[in-house]
Design a protein around this ligand. Sequence first.
Ligand code: FAD
Length: 459
Amino acid sequence: ADSVVWFRRDLRVRDQPIFLAAADSGPAALALFVLDPALLDPSGPARRTFLYGCLRALDDALGGRLLVVRGDPADVVPRVAAAVGAGTVHVAADFGPYGTRRDQAVEEALAVDGRELVRTGSPYAVAPGRVTKDDGDPFRVFTPFRRTWSRQRRRGPADTSAATVRWIDPSDEGSGPRAVRIPDDEPLDAALPDPGEDAAHRQWKAFLSDAVDRYGEDRNRPDVEGTSRMSVYLKWGCIHPRTMLHDLSRHRSGSAETYRTELAWREFYADVLFRRPDSARHNYDRAFDALPSASGKRADELFAAWREGRTGFPIVDAGMRQLRAQAWMHNRLRMIVASFLVKDLHLPWWWGARHFMQLLVDGDLASNQHGWQWTAGSGTDPAPYFRIFNPVTQGERFDPDGDYVRRFVPELADVPGRAVHQPWKLPDGVPDGYPQPIVDHRAERDEALARYERVKAAR
Ligand code: FAD
C-alpha cells in the first residue's frame, strides 16, 4: 500500500533514510508536514519564520507535493493516512519530551485503524539511549560519553533524493484534512540565514573549504567568523550530522577533531534529555534546588536590563544585542551572558533559557537547557560553580581589539581598542547613552559564592 512520509525535524531530501523505508513499503507516498500549535506557539518568530522558509524549500524539492496541515498530529496524521489509504506512516524518531509523547499518541490513534507508525533513524548520528557504560548505565559526564560515542558503528549517509519516492499529488486527495498555505514570514528585527537544504550545504561546503582547519583556534573568537553557523540547519535537519561526520573524515587536522567533539556535545545533551526529561525544567543536579535566587521588583529590573543589553558591561550587552540582531549568539557569548545572569544577577537559569528559546533561530531544548545548566553549575558535567566569569577579562581575552563590542554596541563605536571593555575608566567617563554597570562584579561574585554554600550544605 501507499504510505505517508511525515517530516518533522528532517527537512531535506538527501541522506534521508525514511525515503528508503517508504520506497520499500509501497509504490507511492504522501509527503506531510503538520503545523502543530503546541510546538509553534512557544517557538518565537525567528524560529517559525526560518521553519516556513525550510518548508518552502522542501516543497520545491518535492515538486510542490508537500501537504501542509495545521492541527494536533494525533488527530491530523491518522486522517491523512486514512485519506490516502496508507498502511504506514514513516518518521525519523523524536527523542525530546514533547515529541516522545506526541508520537506515542499518534501511534495509538493510527493503531485503531490497524495502521503503523514506523520510526527510521533520528536527528542524531547515534540515537539517544544507545550510548551506555559497560553496565548499561547512561553517562553523566561528557568525555567518556564521547569516547564511547566515537566508537559506535555508524552507517554512512543514505543515498537518497526527491526521486527516491514517487510522491502522491496532495490535491488529488479530497477527503483528508484541509491543506493550508505555508505561512508568510513574520515581522522580525533579526536578519536570518537562508533557509533550506541547499543553503545548509552551501554553508557547510564554505566552512569545509576554509574555516574548518582554523576552527580549533578561531572558535572562541566572536570577533572573527570562526564557527560553522550550522546549528540552525542541524536544528531543522536541513542536513544530517551523519553527512557532516562523513565529510569531516577527509579532514585529519586537530581542528576537525575539535569540530567532531562539538557535534558530540549536541548528541550528548540529546541523550541526557532523553534519559532525564525532567532536566528541561529542573536542575539536573537537584542539590542546586537549594540555591537561593533573586526575586521581586529589583530582580525584574535586572532581568530587563540583561534582556535589552543594557547592563553596562560591554561584552554582555554586545552578546544580548547580537541575539536580537541575528537571532543567534556566538557560543562564547552564550556562556558569558548566561554566567552573568546566574552569578552576577543571581537570577534563575530558566529565566534566561526561556528568553533564549524565544529569540534563538537555532533554539533547541536539549542544547539550550543543558548549555544553561552547564554554565549555572547544575548540569551534567561538574562545571565548577566557583569558576565565575569576569566579564571584563572575558571581553579582553576573546575580543582583544574590541571589534565585536563596537559592532553591536553603537554607543561605544568611538572607543578605540580594548578600552571598550571598561568604559567607566575612560578619561571622559562612560559615553552618552551607554549605562553605568548595573552591579559591582566583585561584590556579586562574593555573593554568588556565599549562596553556593547552601548547595554544598544540601549535598
Ligand atoms: P560551531 O562552533 O560551528 O559548532 C558546530 C556544531 O556543534 C553546532 O552547530 C552545534 O550543533 C554543536 N555544538 C557546538 N557547541 C555545542 C554545545 N555547547 N552544546 C551542544 N551542541 C554544540 N546550541 C543549539 O544548537 N541550540 C541552542 O538552543 C543552544 N543554546 C545554548 C545555550 C547556552 C547557554 C550555551 C552555553 C550554549 C548553547 N548552544 C546551543 C550551544 C552552542 O552555543 C551553539 O550550538 C553554537 O553557538 C552554534 O553556532 P555554530 O553552529 O556556529 O557552532
